[in-house]
Design a protein around this ligand. Structure first.
Ligand code: ZN
Length: 247
């Protein structure tokens, strides 16, 4: 069983198409989505419909999905995120809005090997950024692998037998393979639609459950078209610029 794992697509259709084409070449059986399909990017409806039509095996909502669907106010969003989610909310079709409103809160158990969540397994809106956060989060997970998103930074952390390991994928690599057979793993596949680790390429993961291997992959995509759509929609310029920087 091979799971394709996507997080933080954020209305970026160009990045989503590039990732799907790349992942289709590698092969996968089921899709897992870690939330934040919308917000920031100019194609929220098309992104949601594309993901919905693939029929994910499991999906959880993100903070932007909640605000975009009108379930929560944009409290805590910075000015450009707030401008984008306000634009997004007004752009969503009623059908997409209904679908987003019904997304479940994480964590969600996919099978006896993995769990998914948006932010942290103990709180969907929390950020897991360093060793301390990972250690705390690991006490809330019993499955061998927990996939999370929200920070837009790909990382693999392991806490097992009193030891911890932290792997940041190398910038140059197209893919990094992590052996997860020993368990105790927390893995962020990075963001499809708005990477923030200084690498502009779209980020995603494939989990091969039979082999016990997670591949963290990067794919170049048509950043310029995504930027032009953001500008044409009248969204903040900062949201277009950051895509080229991967920040
Ligand atoms: Zn996000």
């Amino acid at each position: 069983m091979r799971y394709l794992i996507l997080s933080d697509v954020h209305g970026n259709l160009e990045a989503l198409h590039a990732v799907l084409a790349h992942a289709n070449d590698a092969g996968w059986d089921h899709l897992l989505v870690l939330g934040d399909l919308i917000g920031y990017g100019a194609d929220p409806n098309a992104v949601v419909v594309t993901i919905r039509d693939i029929a994910p095996r499991a999906i959880v909502r993100g903070n932007h999905d909640k605000v975009g669907a009108g379930l929560e106010p944009a409290a805590g969003f910075n000015p450009s995120a707030r401008a984008a989610i306000t634009w997004t909310r007004h752009s969503l079709t009623p059908e997409v809005m209904d679908w987003l409103s019904a997304l479940p809160m994480g964590p969600l158990t996919v099978d006896d090997v993995c769990v998914i969540c948006h932010g942290a397994p103990f709180d969907e809106d929390e950020y897991l950024e360093d060793n301390r956060d990972f250690r705390r989060a690991s006490t809330h997970v019993t499955a061998p692998v927990c996939f999370f998103g929200h920070t837009h930074v790909p990382v693999a952390w392991q806490g097992a037998n009193g030891q911890t390991r932290l792997l940041w994928p190398s910038r140059e690599a197209e893919a990094q393979v992590v052996d997860v057979r020993t368990g105790g793993w927390l893995i962020n596949p990075g963001a499809v639609g708005q990477p923030r680790d200084g690498d502009a390429r779209a980020s995603y993961a494939i989990f091969d459950a039979a082999r016990g291997e997670v591949t963290l992959a990067r794919v170049p995509y048509d950043v310029q078209t995504a930027q032009e759509k953001i500008r044409r929609a009248g969204l903040p310029e900062r949201l277009a610029l950051r895509l080229a920087l991967g920040q």
